[in-house]
Each structure stands twice: as structure tokens, then as C-alpha cells.
Design a protein around this ligand. Structure first.
Ligand SMILES: Cc1cc2nc3c(=O)[nH]c(=O)nc-3n(C[C@H](O)[C@H](O)[C@H](O)COP(=O)(O)OP(=O)(O)OC[C@H]3O[C@@H](n4cnc5c(N)ncnc54)[C@H](O)[C@@H]3O)c2cc1C
Length: 347
């Protein structure tokens, strides 16, 4: 077994981790069953990873999740009085099948709908005000924006349809060595083009009117991401999906899902910040060598380290965010290796 291949497979990077059951090579196919796995970060990425790793490798593997802060990461709440309010990832799209699956598995109910109405204020006056009557809303939209609104929904649907392919890739155990490659597999060149132009440019090219972009699209991107329509076209499409109907949230806070996943996957939560990860090599029974990882961390009781067969990084790697030093390998060069899309085969 090529040690490079093993480490590439073993170290999965989870900026976009929404992994399905068979994203890793399935346990029976593995020649070497991992004994210990580390997951860095207990946001939804890390806790979902722990859940799927447990499913994949069964009860025999020890899974440690490192988190210096609150479980949930950017799924965060703040308490005012007796009420918890979402301050991070607040709403879940109906096509987020993983979150649906998780709350069913955990027996956590969705939050009851709080009826609300939308209005658009341009700084001087309300340019649109939602009515209780669906037909009135449709007519108002048609009157002011023609078919732009309907076309926006259709455009977002097209993007989401392609996005849904991710579930199939996960089901059949595909992995991708870069985000670009994953997006290309989902949406072809169209998705990559979206990455390289602004939402405004994208929508203008699709024939949407400037008035519609200013009065409807811009408030949506401002409310959802605090950004103008000059944000990246792909992120912009995701932001517009965040204005779809059917959005929901978890009763008591979305981050409950993260704690629940840690619990049912029987992982050990280590309250510590990972400072460095280095790759090591050891001889295997068969006479070849295998890779493993030394994870160094700092917790309340000081510095320590542990050894793992697999390390999953489920935290952004930006400088100033996770500050993890990688020794003996560079995760970013691995993310851009030209080996392209690979279907995981037995190790
Ligand atoms: C204000 C806001 C609103 C949002 N709204 C929505 C929304 O409505 N709907 C939606 O679907 N998404 C929304 N998102 C996006 C969504 O919240 C994130 O995509 C998602 O929570 C990211 O999860 P993650 O696990 O990848 O990362 P994170 O949640 O960031 O988790 C990473 C974890 O790693 C930990 N960590 C960092 N460094 C280390 C280290 N060195 N060692 C150990 N642990 C470390 C961090 O403490 C953190 O807990 C929103 C995000 C924000 C910020």
C-alpha cells in the first residue's frame, strides 16, 4: 500500500463535510481496521463526521473529538431571559437531508413555526409588503418585477437540483481531492463559472432586471450574509436558497444536534485546542509501512499528545482561526493534487 495514498484517504478535510454513510472506504473493505480516530472541531462538520465514522467503523474504534470552545461551533445560540436565540446557522433548508436524518435519529423535534411576514424597505419607503393572501403577493410581485421573481425561484431550483447530486456521490463512496472538483462533479463548468463571478454579474447575464436585483436580491444577501450582490455567484445562489419557503430550525437550538451526535456516536470529547499534527510512519505486520498521526493539543491541564490512525479536520484552516501546524505534510497541497476525483477503493 502506498503510504501517500493512505494518508490522503485517511486525512479528510471537511470544509464542505456533509458526508454520507459511505464516504470513506467501507469497513469490511479495509485491510487495516483503524483503532483510533481524531476529529478536530465539534461543529456540525466534526460531530457529523464522528457519527458517520462510528457507522462506518463500528464500536471497536475509539473516536476522540477535540474542541476548545462550545460544542456546535458556528451553530450557536445566546440566551436572553428564558429564551435561546440562534446567533449562527439559524435556518435549515428543506433539502438538507442530513439534518432531517439527524433530528429523526436523535428524537429532537423541529421548532414550531413562528408566523412572520416580509417587507422590503429601500431607505425611504416600503417597496414591498407581504400580505396574508398568497395571490395578492403574487400579483404585487408580478406588477413590480414581472416574471423576475418566478425566474429567480427556477434558477435557484436548478442550482439546488445539481447540489443534490452530493447525496448520490456520498452514497456511492466518492471522494474529491479539492472543493473545485467536488463542485465540478455536481454542477459542471456552470458551477465553476459561478465561483468566478459576482452574483450581480451572474444574474444580469441570466437576464434579471437591475431593479429586481437592487430591491429583492440585495436585501436577501444582506439579511442572510451581510453582503451586497457583489458576493460570489455560488454563495449568492446559496443565499437566495436561504429565502426559500420551508426553512426550519431545531427546537431549543440547532446546536443540540451536535451534542446529540457526539452522544450517540459514543465519542470522547476532549476540551482542548489542537496545535499541531505530524505524520509518522510505522512498520506493519505485512512487512510494509503504514502512516499514523501525532496530534498535539493544549487543554486546561496543559499540553499533551496522542496517536491516531485517521485525523479528520473539521475546522476552517484559515490563519487566525484554527492555527494548526502540519508537520511532514501539507494539507493544502493534498487538496490540490492533480489526482482529481477518486472513487475510494480498498486500502
Ligand atoms: C452568523 C452566521 C449565520 C449562518 N446562517 C446559516 C443558516 O441560516 N443556515 C445554514 O445552513 N448555515 C448558516 N451558516 C453557516 C453554518 O453555520 C456553518 O456552515 C456551519 O455551522 C459550519 O460548521 P463546521 O462544523 O464546518 O464549522 P464550525 O462550526 O466553525 O466548527 C469548527 C469548530 O472547530 C473548533 N476549532 C477551531 N480550531 C480548532 C483547533 N485548533 N482545535 C480544535 N478545535 C478547533 C471551533 O471552536 C469550532 O467549534 C451561518 C454561519 C454564520 C457564522
Amino acid at each position: 500500500m502506498n503510504p501517500q495514498t493512505l494518508s490522503l484517504r485517511a486525512l479528510l478535510f471537511l470544509g464542505l463535510w456533509q458526508t454520507g454513510r459511505r464516504c470513506l472506504a467501507s469497513a469490511p473493505e479495509l485491510k487495516i481496521q483503524p483503532q483510533k480516530i481524531a476529529v478536530v472541531g465539534a461543529g456540525i462538520g466534526g460531530t457529523a463526521a464522528a457519527f458517520y465514522l462510528r457507522q462506518e467503523f463500528g464500536p471497536g474504534v475509539k473516536i476522540d473529538v477535540f474542541e476548545p470552545d462550545t460544542v456546535g461551533g458556528r451553530l450557536a445560540t445566546v440566551k436572553f431571559g428564558d429564551q435561546d436565540y440562534e446567533t449562527g446557522g439559524a435556518v435549515i433548508h428543506p433539502l438538507n437531508l442530513h439534518m432531517k436524518h439527524f433530528i429523526e435519529k436523535l428524537g429532537i423535534p423541529p421548532r414550531k413555526d413562528v408566523p412572520s411576514k416580509a417587507a422590503i424597505f429601500d431607505g425611504k419607503e416600503l417597496t414591498f409588503e407581504e400580505s396574508d393572501w398568497y395571490i395578492v403577493n403574487v400579483l404585487r410581485m408580478l406588477w413590480r418585477y414581472g416574471f423576475n421573481f418566478l425566474r429567480m425561484h427556477m434558477w435557484v431550483e436548478t442550482v439546488l437540483d445539481k447540489f443534490m447530486r452530493i447525496y448520490q456521490y456520498q452514497q456511492y463512496g466518492y471522494s474529491f481531492s479539492s472543493v473545485d472538483k467536488l463542485l465540478h462533479a455536481m454542477g459542471g463548468d456552470g458551477f465553476l463559472t459561478l465561483l468566478n463571478q459576482t452574483l450581480e454579474e451572474t444574474m444580469m447575464a441570466e437576464g434579471f432586471s437591475q431593479v429586481f436585483i437592487n430591491e429583492v436580491v440585495s436585501p436577501i444577501t444582506r439579511v442572510n450574509y451581510g453582503q451586497s450582490v457583489r458576493l460570489n455567484g455560488f454563495v449568492g445562489a446559496v443565499s437566495l436558497a436561504g429565502a426559500d419557503s420551508g426553512l426550519w430550525a431545531v427546537d431549543g437550538g440547532n446546536r443540540r444536534v451536535c451534542s446529540g451526535l457526539l452522544y450517540i456516536s459514543k465519542t470522547e470529547l476532549i476540551t482542548a485546542k489542537v496545535t499541531s499534527i505530524s505524520i509518522k510512519v510505522r512498520p506493519s505486520k505485512s512487512g510494509t509501512t503504514t502512516n499514523f498521526y501525532e496530534v498535539n493539543y493544549v487543554g486546561e491541564s496543559g499540553s499533551s499528545h496522542s496517536l491516531y490512525d485517521i485525523v479528520v479536520i473539521a475546522t476552517p484552516l484559515h490563519q487566525g482561526k484554527s492555527d494548526i501546524i502540519f508537520s511532514g505534510f501539507s494539507p493544502l497541497s493534498r487538496l490540490t493534487t492533480p489526482d482529481a476525483t477518486t472513487r475510494l477503493s480498498p486500502l
